[in-house]
Design a protein around this ligand. Structure first.
Ligand SMILES: Cc1cc2nc3c(=O)[nH]c(=O)nc-3n(C[C@H](O)[C@H](O)[C@H](O)COP(=O)(O)O)c2cc1C
Length: 229
């Protein structure tokens, strides 16, 4: 039985991995991790989400197409970018500072200057190369259940990320991987009721310094509603 200490260690040690070795994940182990995700609770047990698993040649083809689209997109802004959910939501005040701290932490660790557009673009591109991971996951939610679908998907994702971590396997949830649903839809049989939310790179972490950088963990007090009476 997992002790509270074991659980805390597992949860605390899960960190986004942004550089992977090319060591493959055995099919059986990957299947086990994906299956562990299904232990998460779900709205009326509907499991209103789907996962698509890209590895081998399919992973490489998707990556090449995503990178090519990203480049086209930069030449002609907005071209070919029609995500199922818009990502161009301006960060509300109070949240933007948190997001900027992550950006700064990553770029500082990589030694990338804010003004160095070229290097920033190359890092963005790494997202579409799955940071070198051998497997990419793409996550869809059923449009019919609205926010409950997305919520369930998040629970699924976190559970599978913890399972992966328990096997020494790293993950990075990636909103960027939700940007070009047409490319993903050409590769997998996904009913039109399901919308692409995001993706995830999964594999064995390398010893690159980016994997040692740690995003801040906000104190729970900052996230707790103050009682009014
Ligand atoms: C839905 C979602 C989308 C994310 N998208 C990206 C992404 O596109 N690229 C990236 O490098 N990290 C992405 N992240 C990782 C977050 O930046 C990371 O979880 C956060 O900074 C906290 O760090 P930690 O995961 O190491 O605890 C995403 C995380 C979530 C939950």
């Amino acid at each position: 039985m997992l002790t509270p200490k074991d659980f805390r260690e597992l949860a605390q040690s899960r960190r986004s991995t942004r550089d992977f070795t090319n060591k493959p994940i055995e099919d059986e182990l990957l299947q086990q991790i994906l299956n562990d995700g299904v232990t998460a609770p779900s709205w009326s047990n509907t499991r209103p989400f789907m996962v698509a698993v890209a590895k081998g040649e399919q992973r490489d083809r998707i990556s090449q197409r995503l990178v090519a689209r990203l480049r086209e997109n930069l030449e002609v802004p907005g071209m070919g970018n029609s995500p199922d959910f818009t990502h161009e939501i301006p960060y509300p005040p109070g949240l933007i500072e948190r997001s900027q701290r992550v950006g700064k932490g990553i770029y500082d660790t990589l030694g990338i200057d804010r003004a160095d557009k070229e290097s920033r673009f190359r890092f963005l591109e790494r997202n579409y190369k799955f940071f070198g991971a051998p497997v990419a996951l793409f996550f869809f939610t059923h449009r019919g259940l609205d926010h409950f679908g997305t919520l369930d998907l998040g629970l699924y994702m976190q559970t599978l990320m913890l399972s992966a971590k328990s096997h020494g396997i790293g993950t990075c949830a990636q909103g960027y991987l939700g940007n070009y649903p047409d490319i993903i839809r050409e590769e997998f049989d996904v009913p039109k009721e399901y919308a692409l939310v995001c993706g995830m790179s999964i594999g064995y972490p390398s010893d690159h310094p980016i994997n040692s950088w740690q995003a801040e963990r906000l104190p729970i007090e900052e996230l707790t509603a103050r009682p009014l009476r």
